[in-house]
Write a protein that binds this ligand. Structure first.
Ligand SMILES: NC(=O)c1ccc[n+]([C@@H]2O[C@H](COP(=O)([O-])OP(=O)(O)OC[C@H]3O[C@@H](n4cnc5c(N)ncnc54)[C@H](OP(=O)(O)O)[C@@H]3O)[C@@H](O)[C@H]2O)c1
Length: 270
């Protein structure tokens, strides 16, 4: 599988994968071939992710683990201990990637306060790479100003055929920051899209596979999730779908700026 800035291009999202069912779904994802699990302190499932990894029988080095720092842990002196607690829950010595989950709501903490702490976590060997999530162009540039070019592996943002986020994606690419698409299936709603279904029929694929293949074809990382065993395999099958220029252009026209995750405390989106 392709890697982008080290991240396996197709990962398995873990939001909502909790308890015994969650562990088994994530273990199945690893058995199916996913080698990248995306969790967060906020998802309260880091123990389950660690257990799925152990049950898979895979070596630690074979699976890319991402976690994200919850916003209350941006307070001075809290970020590094919070990540140590995440490692304890995951049962690993370090994660591959740690993200700032959201810019600090209402600017409660200054960017410098949490970006310097996440850099410190990397220096201490708690995480191999660092990155951000839900960052705008302005926040990316400010972060580069603080930590330097090349410091951020990825910006994880909402991106799917209905919210193509082109300006931000271009900017990230120009700074060598991988774009990771969250909610890449627009929460499953892509499955009924007539245009995606039409393209899928042409390739003997499904509409969700086409959406994921469209993200992968642009050099993005994408992290769909599902609670359904058949869909674990279906979504992984996106790796076998190759879209042509006409398909890419037709999907490009589906953009309607439809943002699904937009809390009151979100930054000023690009
Ligand atoms: N950084 C952030 O702020 C942030 C925010 C949101 C999400 N994320 C990450 O991104 C991951 C994915 O996002 P998401 O879970 O919100 O949305 P998503 O992956 O776009 O959609 C998941 C939904 O789509 C359905 N689904 C999955 N595969 C399907 C298929 N082949 N056909 C039809 N329906 C399908 C699932 O239902 P079933 O379970 O019934 O299959 C589920 O309801 C999360 O797990 C999390 O790791 C990050």
């Amino acid at each position: 599988m392709d890697r982008i800035n080290g991240l396996p291009a197709l990962g398995f999202g873990t939001f909502g994968r909790k308890g015994e069912d969650g562990i088994e779904t994530m273990r199945l994802a690893l058995e199916t071939g996913y080698r990248h699990l995306d969790t967060a302190q906020m998802y309260e499932n880091e123990e389950e992710v660690g257990e799925a990894l152990r049950r898979s029988g895979l070596l630690r080095g074979e699976v890319w683990l991402t976690t994200k720092i919850n916003m209350p842990n941006f307070a001075p002196g809290k970020l590094v201990p919070s990540l140590e607690e995440s490692l304890e829950k995951l049962g690993v010595d370090e994660v591959d990637l740690t993200l700032i989950h959201w810019p600090s709501p209402n600017d409660e903490y200054e960017l410098e306060t949490y970006m310097t702490q996440i850099a410190e976590a990397k220096e201490k060997g708690l995480t191999r790479h660092i990155g951000v999530s839900n960052f705008t162009i302005a926040l990316i540039d400010q972060s580069i100003g603080l930590l330097g070019e090349g410091a951020l592996a990825t910006n994880q943002v909402e991106l799917h055929p209905y919210l193509q986020n082109r300006k931000l994606a271009e900017h990230c690419k120009s700074k060598d920051i991988a774009v990771t698409c969250y909610q890449p299936l627009a929460k499953g709603t892509v499955s009924d899209d007539p245009k995606l279904v039409e393209i899928a029929d042409k390739h003997g694929a499904t509409a969700p596979q086409v959406a994921l293949a469209w993200e992968l074809a642009q050099g993005f990382v994408t992290i769909p999730t599902t609670s359904n065993a058949d869909r674990v395999a279906e979504n992984f099958g996106a790796l076998n779908v190759t879209l042509d220029d006409d398909d890419m252009a037709a999907i490009g026209e589906l953009d309607r700026g439809q943002r699904r995750i937009d809390p009151d405390t979100a930054p000023d989106w690009d």
